[in-house]
Write a protein that binds this ligand. Sequence first.
Ligand SMILES: C[S@@+](CC[C@H](N)C(=O)[O-])C[C@H]1O[C@@H](n2cnc3c(N)ncnc32)[C@H](O)[C@@H]1O
Length: 218
Amino acid sequence: MARDWDERADELAAQAISDGAPTSWFDRLYAEGCSGVVGMPWDRSQPAPQLREWAESQAVDGSGRRAVVVGCGLGADAEYLASLGFDTAAFDVAPTAVRVAQDRHPGSAVDYRVADLLDLPGEWLGAFDLVVEIYTVQALPDPPRSEAVRGVRSLVARGGTLFVVEFRTDGESDATTGPPFALSRGRLLSFADDGLEQVELSAVEGQHWRAVFRRPSG
Ligand SMILES: C[S@@+](CC[C@H](N)C(=O)[O-])C[C@H]1O[C@@H](n2cnc3c(N)ncnc32)[C@H](O)[C@@H]1O
């Protein structure tokens, strides 16, 4: 029987973080998911409920607009944005996740790529009208967590929107154990920098933050 992937994630992450390579374990975990050693990590076929609720409440229409999903995993959020009409890119540092996302969505309009949030392609900087970041930043220790926040901000175009969901701590600082490293209010507020403005920051059910930021168009 496949092992619990969550437990295996803890082992792999602890080793990778102590080796000073905090993003190296994701691909290994997905590969173990593919071979059946563990269950498939972060396996969902529906968009994150917080994303769907927000998009429906705002009647988001992606026609003629570009979106990107950070740390896209198996692609459910990217497919949802494409269904709303966005010209959608989605990237993950784990090649296995990107391959599974492509295999699960044959004929998809989404441009799936292997890319590192900490070393983004130049053509993506300031290129997206909607940036969706769900659970990537909190999966990383600090460093490089602050750099990851900077990377997320850098994707947002003038007039664009950033939508963020992370696990929440009500403490003063981010949790020191993880992943997930539950994020503090201060960390969420740090997305509002480099010209981004906070629109919403809500503590929502399931011990989550849901936050929205905008880059003014002027
Ligand atoms: C906790 S999982 C969440 C996956 C997906 N966003 C979801 O909500 O199901 C974090 C994801 O971020 C990816 N990731 C971690 N560090 C990354 C980086 N530096 N650049 C791009 N993706 C990264 C991992 O491979 C993993 O797929």
